[in-house]
Design a protein around this ligand. Structure first.
Ligand code: PEP
Ligand code: MG
Length: 581
């Protein structure tokens, strides 16, 4: 048995076989096939091709009907795999004595060169589609279940998973995620939490130590990873799982309670939504609406851009199922660490500071128009708010807001119903937005603080980089001051201020956030019940006093100590009670 440790970023435990994902890093060895074995090798190739095509077909059959575009993509993939020229070229090489894996690898190499010479960029890029399908077949030949279309419940081990990879994995077959890279606020961790899948990131050495099929036990709270666990550990994990399950059940029972401090300060708790599939969680855990709908996952999970109809239908369903609570839809935040195949974005040396989020939307008006039309149309079906990400100043916000006004006129002329009074908010996640928060507050209907990016940009620390993750500190005095300044600026103009970064769902920070007088906190749905219970044990008065005290401190360690001195024992006692009841 071996024990590795990473950062537990999504609670829960799992024990199961490992499935390794190496997107784009397939290794193929060459062996000589004796003439007598050639027919058998050709049969192996044919079987692998057929099995891969069938897996794609199976995946397609399991998808809901309304995902028409995904069906089309899968069908195109199936046709690539079954293309007769692929199999006949590989077969010709096998007849020369090469193994099937090597034959496919060579065919792929020839295609790579041929595609590279194509004049049209669109067709050049289609090489990737072909390559990923051929890799699936090779993977199958190597004895792995191909790509991510395996059927056994597994623990996914990878260097890192892009948001698209994460979304593409089937939640019911994914017991846990373990990655070498990543951090608490990387998007993979966020998606894992929203889907309720245990996850450990920044786990150095896992790819070297774990082989496909190894039995692995993962604890997404403590960050422990046991490879080939001994029977006692397996028994302990089933106990941990039972305790976690009991806790979840208990939290369900309190989901309907109000988030109100003992001395009567009421805070609205809402859910962050990454995928529409999470809606049942949102309701179960007692969210009073959606404080952040990250719409980009509708883009990263498909090759083509989603149509207005598809976006509208998705938003409408979410809005209707949340009624009478509000749904805050954030316009596309693509770029940075999130990519969509349907969008041609320049390769940037520094994507976090590049053409991301609102900057991209203001540059590509058609992209922006489609989203805003869909959001506005959905606003006829319930309470919808819209907010713009990565706003850096007033001019940028007004450009986006004016564009929205133009779209309203367009829709009115076409006779589409929508909410003419739809509220428009600013995400506060760039330090310059805080510096002009007083001015922004005059133009916006609400603020929502995105601490994941606000911390990244203020402290100059890449939120996804495990090398600097220790420096990523929400309790840095600079961050506390920015939060305070934002809330004050918003309240002076009478607009509500929410927080939707990961900081909002962490019990450790809750007393401070209550003391800062945030009106709403939006978090992964699973965190809502315990945050609610904790708020009900606090006194607003004490939270205010804590804020007064920490704002005079000079460094994060002092802040941490001050928070721990006042609320540490209380938090420990609370967690103990929660887990043991
Ligand atoms: C944030 O930056 O805090 C935020 C909520 O947005 P995202 O994590 O999607 O960038
Ligand atoms: Mg952000």
């Amino acid at each position: 048995m071996k024990i590795l440790r990473g950062l537990g970023v999504s609670a829960g435990v799992a024990v199961g076989p490992a499935q390794l994902i190496f997107p784009g890093h397939i290794k193929v060895s060459r062996t000589q096939i004796p003439p007598s074995e050639i027919p058998k090798e050709i049969k192996r190739l044919e079987e692998a091709i057929e099995a891969t095509a069938q897996e794609i077909q199976r995946l397609k059959a399991q998808l809901p009907e309304n995902l028409g575009e995904v069906h089309a993509i899968l069908e195109a993939q199936r046709l690539i795999v079954k293309d007769p020229s692929l199999s006949s070229e590989a077969e010709a090489l096998i007849r020369k004595g090469f193994n099937a894996e090597w034959a496919l690898f060579k065919v792929l190499d020839r295609y790579r060169q041929a595609f590279a010479e194509l004049p049209d960029e669109y067709f050049r890029e289609r090489y990737q589609d072909l390559a990923s399908m051929v890799e699936k077949v090779i993977f199958y030949l190597q004895g792995h279940r191909s790509g991510n279309a395996w059927e056994e419940k597994s623990i996914i081990v990878a260097q890192d998973l892009s948001p698209a990879d994460t979304v593409g994995l089937k939640p019911d077959l994914t017991l846990a995620f373990v990655t070498e890279g990543g951090s608490r606020t990387s998007h993979t961790a966020i998606v894992a939490r929203s889907l309720g899948i245990p996850a450990v990131v920044a786990a150095k050495g896992v790819l070297k130590e774990i082989s496909p099929g190894d039995l692995v036990a993962v604890d997404g709270t403590t960050g422990e990873i046991f490879i080939a666990p001994e029977p006692e550990i397996i028994a302990e994990f089933s106990q941990r799982a039972r305790r976690f399950q009991r806790l979840k059940e208990r939290l369900h029972q309190v989901a309907h309670l109000e988030a109100q401090t003992k001395d009567g300060r009421r805070i609205t708790l809402q859910a962050n939504l990454d995928l529409p599939e999470e809606i049942p969680f949102v309701r179960e855990y007692g969210a009073e609406g959606i404080g952040l709908f990250r719409t980009e996952y509708l883009y990263v999970s498909r090759r083509e851009l989603p149509s207005e109809e598809l976006l509208f239908e998705t938003y409408r369903q979410v809005v209707e199922s949340l009624r009478p609570y509000p749904v805050t839809i954030r316009t596309l935040d693509i770029g940075g660490d999130k990519f969509a195949s349907g969008l041609e974005l320049p390769e940037e040396i520094n994507p976090a500071l590049g053409l991301r989020a609102i900057r991209l939307c203001l540059k590509q008006e058609d992209l922006f128009r489609t989203q805003l039309r869909a959001i506005l149309r959905a606003s006829a079906y319930g309470q919808v708010k819209v907010m713009f990400p990565l706003i850096s100043g007033v001019a940028e916000f007004l450009r986006a807001r004016n564009f929205l006004e133009r779209i309203k006129e367009e829709l009115a002329q076409e006779g589409h119903p929508f909410d003419p009074e739809i509220q428009v908010g600013v995400m506060i996640e760039v330090p310059s937005a805080v510096a002009v928060a007083d001015l922004l507050a005059k133009e916006a209907d609400f603020f929502s603080i995105g601490t994941n990016d606000l911390i990244q940009y203020t402290l100059a620390i890449d939120r996804g980089n495990e090398e600097v993750s220790e420096l990523y500190e929400p309790l840095h005095p600079a961050i506390l001051r920015l939060i305070k300044a934002t809330v004050e600026a918003g309240h002076r103009e009478g607009i509500p201020v929410s927080m939707c970064g990961e900081m909002a769902g962490d019990l450790l920070y809750i007393p401070l956030l209550v003391g800062f007088e945030l009106d709403e906190l939006s978090m992964t749905p699973q965190s809502i019940p315990e945050v609610k219970l904790f708020i009900r044990e606090l006194e607003f008065r004490h939270c205010r006093e804590l804020v007064e005290r920490v704002l005079h401190l000079t460094c994060q360690d002092e802040v941490k100590e001050a928070v721990a001195a006042v609320f540490g024992p209380r938090l420990q006692e609370f967690s103990k009670r929660l887990w043991s009841e």
